[in-house]
Design a protein around this ligand. Structure first.
Ligand SMILES: C[S@@+](CC[C@H](N)C(=O)[O-])C[C@H]1O[C@@H](n2cnc3c(N)ncnc32)[C@H](O)[C@@H]1O
Length: 256
């Protein structure tokens, strides 16, 4: 049973754990691949779900004109602070995938880290892709990551912790449900902050994902009108996806 007020919210403690685990400068190979794919791009690059700026900040540092949105003020505050600390000018505001500026004329729209999977309704994902196509300039690109379908079977509980100043931050995850027909998973993420041996703060998030097959997403992108879709497996440019692939990056081109 999910409660909308708990689903994929990335509130204050979650944002703090995200920053401890995935600070600016942390890459899974994605920052390098996105930088390589976007090198030389002229014009605005839009990143919805920009989060703490883990990807947005290095791309802005590389000279790209970055525009970012995120529904979580807590995540966005960290992105703002990171940009300010580096003297970077990036346009940042609160927004979701479906609140894109249709007059944006973007050169590229990027969604790294598999964040498109946070949209649970495939019809909504299709509408988002249609909106992105309209908001791209001719020849513009939509670049996104997907986790492999292995994730549907990865239901073992896990726990991690980080020392953050005087606090110990912990995160434990338990699978709540998997629907293989709908390709959705729901996990309970319990965030805790411990201080001086006592529990000081806790947050519960229901982390829900809708996973996509690589060909399923390619067909969706082609069906809404993208002219060509390239695949890069495990953050290696032009590498073909295999049954061992963990992450695919799709690069969809709007007709020039
Ligand atoms: C895994 S983080 C990704 C952050 C950053 N892009 C990165 O690569 O590290 C996912 C982000 O998606 C945001 N998010 C959740 N639901 C969303 C939605 N419906 N539309 C846009 N962003 C959403 C969260 O607030 C969170 O900051």
């Amino acid at each position: 049973m999910t409660d909308a007020s708990l689903v994929n919210r990335y509130r204050s403690l979650a944002a703090r754990v995200y920053a401890a685990d995935k600070p600016i400068g942390r890459s899974f190979g994605d920052v390098e691949l996105y930088a390589a794919l976007l090198r030389g791009t002229e014009g605005p690059v839009f990143e919805p779900a920009a989060g703490n700026g883990r990807v947005l900040v290095p791309l802005a540092e590389a000279g790209l004109e970055m525009i970012g949105t995120d529904p979580s003020e807590d995540m966005l505050d960290r992105c703002r602070a990171a940009c300010e600390a580096r003297g970077l000018r990036a346009e940042l505001s609160v927004g979701t995938f479906d609140s894109i500026d249709q007059a944006g004329e973007y050169a590229a729209i990027i969604i790294p880290a598999g964040s498109i999977q946070l949209v649970l309704d495939p019809a909504a994902t299709r509408a988002i892709a249609e909106g992105f196509l309209r908001a791209l300039r001719p020849g513009g690109r939509f670049i996104l990551d997907l986790d492999s379908l292995h994730a549907l079977a990865e239901t073992d509980p896990w726990a991690r912790s980080w020392q953050d100043g005087e606090d110990l931050l912990t995160l434990s995850a338990v699978s709540e449900s998997v629907d293989v027909s709908a390709q959705t998973t729901v996990s309970q993420l319990r965030y805790e902050r411990w201080h001086g041996g006592a529990l000081a703060e806790t947050e519960l998030e229901q982390f829900a994902l809708r996973l996509w097959g690589v060909n399923e997403m390619r067909l969706l992108l082609e069906a809404v009108g993208f002219a060509e879709v390239r695949v890069h497996a495990d953050y290696t440019r032009d590498a073909a996806a295999t049954s061992a692939t963990r992450v695919v990056t799709l690069e969809a081109f709007k007709r020039a």
